[in-house]
Design a protein around this ligand. Structure first.
Ligand SMILES: *Cc1c(COP(=O)(O)O)cnc(C)c1O
Length: 409
């Protein structure tokens, strides 16, 4: 099976990016629950025939359609070893805990966060955002929300994010009981970046109405156009207005030439980003960093007799990761991050990011010099928004053909 896995990766370039699931495979995956053992070799052959050929396609060099990360052989090996160990990284004192702490420490340095920063390797930016905003909510209510719920915490809390923000932000508002209505959509400028004057004005208006502004969610690389909000100005507004600054940095940029574009990110109270996008780590793996590690722990910590720690043996290892998020049992996601970083080095991973940005500029130039293609947004990083625009077609015909092109792509 290891050979199969590596052959699968080695031959990826020779196959189409995506293959529809065959009728035969679909039938094989619509079977009754197996009461009797089928044996390892039969199951392996099932995987090879009915599952393996039908991957998402994101590991293919010609997968251009969506914001999906690819992978590396290092990630495959790490996933296998993590499964062999089957560590529960909720807490205690064992190797996986040290690996995750190391990954968090590297990320703290990478993004310029101070000592005392805490963090978790999580499933992705959606979960990281929920955790970060839970800490922001805890701060805004001085912890009251934990015992009294939001209803006991006074005036409604209001947050701000741009119209271009990812929908994981409004999902988090819904889940945390803040209510989507209390997430303001700040307009964007012609580069699809948050209009910071409008932000300041909206905060003032809400305060005058007796509401309680508590956080701003800025984006460093939107999913539509890769626009980066002006993090320095947003951080200034947050400092003046005593608002929590959360940055959705899902794309996680690592090349020196792009560092200036992220100026201000080190001032965030919390940061969410993905290893499984531009850092080439296999799904799923994202990260949350929280500047105030103590507040982070207070938000999620609770006592239970069966979770009692001690300063000796396997029950040691404080603080435990389960005190920093909603999950108690946690897999060994950090091994594939650690392995990827060490195998290739951050310099080389950053070069791959930079190469993607140059490819995007090249594509944009091709689009602009083509008579029947039209660039639809400035190219900020590696996302190119363009459409087919034959002047002889009606707007309806153009919409239809562009939808068809997207499906084909
Ligand atoms: C992908 C993405 C998310 C969601 O991250 P998941 O890892 O899919 O949960 C949030 N924000 C932005 C800007 C993204 O690109």
């Amino acid at each position: 099976m290891l050979d199969e896995a590596l052959d699968h990766v080695e031959g990826v370039r020779d196959r189409p990016a995506w293959t529809p699931v065959s009728a035969e495979a679909h039938a094989a995956l619509d079977a009754p629950i197996p009461l009797e053992e089928e044996g390892a070799s039969a199951v392996c052959s099932d995987i090879i025939r009915h599952v393996l050929p039908y991957s998402t396609g994101n590991t293919n060099p010609r997968f251009f359609g969506w914001v999906h990360g690819t992978e590396t052989p290092a990630g495959i090996i790490a996933e296998m070893m993590a499964a062999a160990m089957n560590s529960n990284v909720g807490g205690r004192n064992h190797g996986a805990v040290y690996v995750e702490r190391q990954v968090i420490e590297w990320c703290r340095e990478l993004f310029g966060f101070p000592l005392g920063t805490s963090g978790l390797v999580v499933s992705g930016t959606s979960m990281a955002t929920i955790i970060a905003l839970a800490v922001a909510r805890h701060r805004a209510t001085e912890g009251e929300v934990g015992t009294e719920g939001l209803i006991g915490a006074g005036a409604p809390l209001v947050g701000y994010t741009s119209q271009e923000a990812h929908n994981s932000v409004s999902k988090a508002f819904e889940l945390l009981g803040l209510g989507k209505r209390h997430l303001r959509a700040v307009p964007v400028n012609e580069k699809y970046e948050m209009d910071t004057d409008a932000l300041a004005e909206m905060v003032r208006t809400d305060r005058n109405k007796g509401l309680k502004p508590f956080c701003v969610i800025a984006t460093a690389g939107t999913v539509n156009t890769a626009a980066i909000d002006d993090l320095t100005t947003v951080a200034d507004i947050c400092a003046q207005q005593d608002l929590w600054l959360h940055v959705d940095g899902a794309l996680a940029i690592m090349h020196d030439a792009l560092k200036d574009r992220l100026a201000g990110i080190e001032r965030a109270d919390s940061l969410a980003f993905d290893f499984h996008k531009w850092m080439h780590v296999p799904y799923d793996a994202g990260c949350v960093l929280i500047r105030d590690g103590e507040r982070h722990r207070q938000t999620f910590s609770s006592q239970a007799a069966y979770l009692q720690s001690s300063n000796a043996g396997l029950a040691g290892g404080e603080p435990w990761f389960c005190e920093f998020g909603p999950e108690l049992s946690r897999g060994f996601r950090s091994l594939k991050v650690w392995t990827t970083f060490k195998t290739y080095g951050l310099r080389r991973l950053g070069q791959a990011v930079w190469q993607n940005c140059r490819q995007a500029k090249h594509l944009a130039a091709l689009v602009e010099s083509h008579g029947k293609l039209e660039l639809m947004a400035p190219v900020s990083l590696a996302i190119v928004c363009f459409r087919y625009a034959d002047p002889s077609m009606t707007p309806e015909e153009l919409d239809a053909i562009n939808r068809a092109i997207v499906s084909e792509l």
